[in-house]
Design a protein around this ligand. Sequence first.
Ligand SMILES: Cc1cc2nc3c(=O)[nH]c(=O)nc-3n(C[C@H](O)[C@H](O)[C@H](O)COP(=O)(O)OP(=O)(O)OC[C@H]3O[C@@H](n4cnc5c(N)ncnc54)[C@H](O)[C@@H]3O)c2cc1C
Ligand code: SF4
Length: 484
Amino acid sequence: MAKGAALPFHRKKLVLVLSALRHFRDELREAGYEVHHRVGASYADGIRDWLRDHPDDRVVVQQPTEWGIAQSIGTLAAEDPRVEIRPDQRFLVSREWFTKWANGRTLFRMEDFYRAQRKRLGILMETPTTPAGGTWNLDAENRKTATALRKRGLPSPPLAFPPDALTREVMAMVDARPDHWGSTEGFDYPVTRMQALAALDDFIKHRLPDFGPFEDAMLAGEPVLYHSRLSVAMNIGLLHPLEMVQAAEAAWRAGHAPLQSVEGFVRQIIGWREYVNGIYWHQMPSYRKVNYFGFTRALPRLYWEPEVTDMACLRDTIATVREHAYAHHIPRLMILCNFAVLTGVSPGALSDWFWAGFADAMEWVELPNVVGMGTFGDGGLMASKPYVSSANYINRMSDHCGGCRYNPKERTGADACPFNYLYWTFLDDIRTRELDVGERMAMPLRNLERIPEAELAAMHVEREQFLAALEPERTGWVFRHDEG
Ligand SMILES: Cc1cc2nc3c(=O)[nH]c(=O)nc-3n(C[C@H](O)[C@H](O)[C@H](O)COP(=O)(O)OP(=O)(O)OC[C@H]3O[C@@H](n4cnc5c(N)ncnc54)[C@H](O)[C@@H]3O)c2cc1C
Ligand code: SF4
């Protein structure tokens, strides 16, 4: 549990990792393997202790997915020839391939990377160089709103896996730990390979066909919608990315799912997922410190205790994360990160919260998503613009505003939605500081010119009042980034 104490990790995340590990151990034992399960102060210490007690053994390790752990095990392997590190099998793109691709580029655009993977892996291709359906990207067809989603109706919820005796044992162990977020109650994630395969099958059958069109929509109290909820299984090695995209492609070829959904799903996996892993290894360790805007605010308390805010979108999204350790991509980006950027939260503090709070969070994936894509902390290496918006976007893509005490159309006054004055004053700061935020912000910055000076000044006053009232995060929780 040493690693589990590094952050106030969500209890469901601890159960996921610890239970899956124990199930794997038992499956191996049943298959006749001799398995030694050790708990050490750190991974490197565990190996060191083993070799001290078994001097004639050697230890083969898969490349760790976390930079700090890779460093300490790398040091150990350099000192001790009995330790051998083998390439990571959980990704489709090796770190060496990414480095070659990245060399000589100043901007790492995902679209170029994605097309190269489609060709290299032969996924959704008509010929070795022509994409299926004649186009690489069907995103333009995939932006349906919350209203359209309500009309379409909801799919069956993802397959749930109620805890067995072993998982219940782990839940009791995790419940006994005081300094963690969320609850173990309602834990239903897959913890075995068989369960993960059943979850994949369930997604392909019931949600993949509508995945594309409704990818960006959000509904209060409905976290999964047409998403897969498979990152949790994939990130702990219960599913391999290749089998997932092959299953999706087979569904398209069999006429079960349209290309716009299958291409959207394939893009997430062989595009975004592999790309952020590549960025992580290419940019570490300096990526932990990036902060393009120079934000210093501590994480507001509402991220841990959503009931302290009356902003319905934030309250609902954070309450959902606290309950399930999950939210889909758009609430993570356009509500949680959007608010943090508009209020000037330090990217590192936000990244810690994401790492602790989500069941699928590991540093290799949450860090680039938070500091690169979510907060523009790397100054545009990864994202072509800061992903910020006013209430307009949230109102169009979700149903949160209907149940909110604020008015998404008002920019000033007692009922004005904070996202509005925070957004326009943030753009004003960018203009004043003459920051380079990419071509795609040219239009919003032109729209800023149309706002009367007096109204903009009033928005600045409201922002100051709002920020002064934002409570800082609760204290007393431990945040350690050592090797663990
Ligand atoms: C601020 C922020 C933080 C994030 N933190 C994490 C994280 O800690 N762990 C994590 O796995 N994903 C993270 N993501 C990416 C994405 O939001 C999740 O992978 C996705 O929401 C998981 O839910 P799902 O399995 O239902 O995904 P689906 O919508 O069903 O997508 C299918 C799969 O595509 C992959 N994927 C999609 N987008 C990304 C992406 N940007 N980066 C990496 N993989 C992607 C995931 O493996 C996912 O399971 C983050 C995104 C943002 C904006
Ligand atoms: S009105 Fe503003 S705060 Fe309320 S739900 Fe809509 S975007 Fe969020």
